[in-house]
Design a protein around this ligand. Structure first.
Ligand code: FCB
Length: 445
């Protein structure tokens, strides 16, 4: 690992903050979605979540105890600009202002993400990410927040997992805003990417010595068999899930094979896709200072299921060895391979693992302690996979474990626990797990 390696933990605003109606925060698409019956598996909402909005000092103390160098969190756009654009809500900014000061006092570098899926509902009402206007609104938000925090924060992540925001939100319908439409998903994906480019330029202007990146999720998968049909399905899946984002961010535009495939299937019209305006691809492909990679699993891909990933295990069901409770196979070697591929094919100047972690529901035993050996095994294997990539020459500069706290896992509500710290969702009580101690020792080493 490089000398200045950053060890961190990650969270996101809607998953932990609560305080949704406090200090002038506006409504977001996730408030609307979780309050729509049937959308969240256990009916949970982010109204209180981990109550981090009130317990943030306790959470910073936990991170200080853990000994992390960095904390990746997200800023809720609707706390800063309740309607998405317009007047800045100073009370909302103040929350992040206090958090950042406390982090710096604790010797922890803040790694804020501007967008972790919680679009202000007012913007959704105007077409959300399907509308080009949201790109301008995002640049306005980036400007407002970096003008206020950029004196103390130099590292900024524009977006978290635009694939999920676009395709789980607008094609699968399992995330807010809950649409199921190819055209909407592809248009949203493009606008998310353009807004990354616009925000990156704004951040560079407002923040001295800024470092700007984006956190992309990945599924470095493989053909289920050596048949030509599975190889083709895998290539298509890789295009859908990985290359559609990695290629344009690194200045190559959208992959030709995928544009052709989407055209053949009637998902975009003939000629240049209708959502692309002149200059967009240059904006999206402007150099970044680092790439964030969120990694959880890798899957076998079979012909006939080219754009779905059905891992076949329902939340709450006992999982076989080799899987997490998300039903995701545990595949650390694929992380090494993917990092090497990204280095070879895209050559980012620096890479951070901005998320990696495992869902296991182990809670306090009779002694009150949480023995989550399976999470320790998962994290140890993935940290080793990152080290292997680094040893082979990949410029990996940090690793952020997902997550500090058991939190609201989106439409899976509180049924999944990814935390190093167990959270009692009725009282907010926090109990560091065995994995917390393991990670503290790993960082200290
Ligand atoms: C990622 C998300 C994060 C969390 C983990 C488990 O896709 O970025 O918020 O839900 O998965």
């Amino acid at each position: 690992m490089r000398d200045e390696f950053t060890w961190g933990v990650a969270t996101s605003a809607y998953q932990i903050e609560g305080g949704v109606a406090e200090d002038g925060r506006g409504e977001t698409i996730w408030d609307r979605f979780t309050h729509t019956p049937g959308r969240v598996i256990d009916g949970a909402t982010g109204d209180v979540a981990c109550d981090h909005y009130h317990r943030w000092e306790e959470d910073v103390a936990l991170m200080r105890e853990l000994g992390v160098d960095g904390y990746r969190f997200s800023i809720a756009w609707a706390r800063v600009l309740p309607e998405g654009t317009g007047d800045v809500n100073q009370a909302g900014v103040d929350f992040y202002d206090r958090l950042i000061d406390a982090l710096l006092d604790a010797g922890i570098t803040p790694y804020p993400t501007l967008y972790h899926w919680d679009l202000p509902q007012a913007l959704e009402d105007g077409g959300g990410w399907r509308s080009r206007d949201t790109v301008g609104a995002f640049a306005e938000y980036a400007d407002a927040i970096t003008k206020r925090l950029g004196d103390r924060v130099s590292t900024w992540i524009t977006h978290n997992e635009p694939w999920v925001a676009a395709f789980v939100g607008h094609l699968e319908g399992a995330h807010a805003p809950g649409l199921t439409d190819w055209g909407a998903a592809l248009t949203a994906a493009h606008h998310l990417l353009v807004s990354h480019g616009e925000a990156a330029a704004v951040i560079r202007q407002n923040v001295p010595n800024s470092r700007v990146g984006i956190a992309l999720d990945c599924r470095p998968s493989y053909p289920a068999t050596d048949s030509a049909a599975d190889a083709g399905a895998h290539r298509h899946f890789d295009g859908f899930r990985n290359r559609w984002f990695f290629d344009p961010v690194f200045g190559r535009g959208y992959p030709d094979d995928m544009v052709a495939a989407y055209r053949d299937r009637g998902r975009i019209g003939p000629g240049t896709p209708e959502f692309i305006q002149p200059g967009d691809m240059d904006l999206i492909g402007a150099p970044i200072d680092f790439l964030g990679i969120n990694y959880y699993t890798s899957l076998p891909i079979s012909a006939g299921a080219d754009e779905t990933e059905d891992t076949g295990i329902m939340p709450g069901v006992t999982v076989p060895d080799g899987f997490t409770e998300m039903g995701w196979p545990i595949t650390p070697a694929a992380l090494t391979g993917f990092l090497q591929r990204v280095h070879r094919e895209y050559d980012p100047p620096s890479i951070f693992i901005t998320e990696n972690g495992a869902s296991f529901s182990d809670g306090p035993g009779p002694e009150g302690t949480v023995d989550d050996q399976r999470r320790i095994d998962y994290l140890a294997a993935h940290v080793a996979a990152v080290a292997a990539a680094a040893e082979s020459g990949v410029p990996v500069d940090g690793y952020f474990a997902w997550s500090l706290l058991d939190n609201l896992e989106w439409s899976l509500g509180f049924t999944q626990r990814f935390g190093l710290v167990w959270v009692d969702h009725d009282t907010g009580r926090r109990v560091p797990k065995a994995s917390f101690d393991w990670y503290r020792e790993r960082i200290a080493r």
